[in-house]
Design a protein around this ligand. Structure first.
Ligand code: NAD
Length: 294
């Protein structure tokens, strides 16, 4: 485990749950202080407090804000307070920015009637929280000179950026935009020694997943086709981020990197390996007639 100096911070947007929380834990174990932004109701706050205690038990700082990360005024307030308390006299630098916000409208773009149709405000809010906010946080970190040379930006994406799911139109567009922003930021921040990558996680059991219609079936299908015979867990992403923080990894830049065991590359469903096809004669090329569709 690499022990970091006590002034290295990770800013995690969506730090209280799922990928963000797992990454906060893992980064704290590796010596990073955590500046976390999340949006929780009272019912889930005990878990947030438990996470903060866990990080502090590792002798790291955990500064968490229960605020809307897409609110411009809140963003300025959080970064002003951070600059004032920790950055002053060079006492803090942000080495990691992780965008892991799950907050969007799951509705058809057109639907069966007018009442089902996604509204302009819902579409714009989804794009704003799940994609544009990453640009604004990055801009403000750069403006304030908080992002360290050698810094890393990670944005959570899904194969929904390229594939279709019912009700996922707005989020799908946000993921496509997020991946595009990452590529563009990689060009612009490379000269500052900062890398940007999108991490494409497989279907993962989190509160966000449970809100997608058909989530149980998605999880079932993911497990059925994943070469590792299991679904992705948040810790898979946390460990990938630790790997991408190692010195010498700065040429891994501007990518969408799968952290899904290969799941998103597999188009068939229900067979864990090709050998589980019912009819193994299909594997025998001489007996395979591609024109036979019976
Ligand atoms: N779960 C999956 O199957 C899966 C797969 C691939 C990618 N992703 C992506 O990973 C990211 C995180 O998802 P997750 O599954 O860990 O979800 P999650 O529900 O476990 O966590 C979401 C986090 O975002 C925070 N949040 C939501 N809206 C916010 C706002 N406006 N301001 C501040 N904080 C806010 C929540 O408080 C929470 O900390 C999302 O972008 C999601 O699309 C999820």
């Amino acid at each position: 485990m690499i022990r970091k100096s006590s002034n290295e911070w990770a800013l995690i947007l969506g730090a209280s749950s799922g990928f963000g929380a797992a990454t906060a834990r893992e980064l704290a174990r590796h010596g990073y202080n955590i500046l976390g932004v999340h949006l929780d109701r009272q019912a889930t706050m005990p878990a947030v407090h438990a996470l903060i205690r866990e990080i502090e038990a590792l002798d790291r700082k955990a500064i968490f804000y229960n605020e809307n990360a897409a609110d411009e005024r809140k963003r300025h307030k959080i970064l002003d307070e951070f600059t004032e308390q920790y950055h002053r006299e060079g006492q803090a630098e942000v080495k990691v920015l992780m965008h892991s916000l799950a907050f969007g409208t799951l509705r058809p773009l057109v639907g069966r009637n007018d009442s089902e149709m996604i509204k302009k405000t819902q579409l714009e809010m989804t794009l704003d929280v799940m994609a544009n906010s990453m640009v604004y946080w990055t801009q403000d970190l750069v403006r304030r000179e908080l992002l360290a040379h050698g810094g890393r930006i990670f944005a959570m994406t899904s194969d929904g950026a390229n594939l279709n799911l019912p009700f996922y139109g707005a989020i799908s567009a946000a993921k496509a935009a997020l991946e595009s922003y990452i590529r563009q930021l990689a060009i612009e921040l490379g000269p500052r020694g900062i890398t940007c990558n999108a991490l494409l996680a497989g279907v993962t059991e989190t509160p966000a997943l449970s809100k997608i219609p058909g989530a149980r079936n998605m999880l079932y299908a993911a497990k059925a086709k994943n070469p590792f015979n299991r679904a992705t867990v948040p810790e898979d992403v946390a460990r990938a981020i630790i790997a991408l923080l190692q010195p010498g990894t700065e040429f891994i830049n501007g990518n969408t990197i799968g952290v899904d065991g290969g799941e998103s590359k597999i188009s068939y469903v229900g067979q864990k390996t090709p050998y589980q096809y019912a009819d193994l004669t299909l594997l025998n090329e001489s007996s395979w007639d591609p024109t036979d569709v019976s």
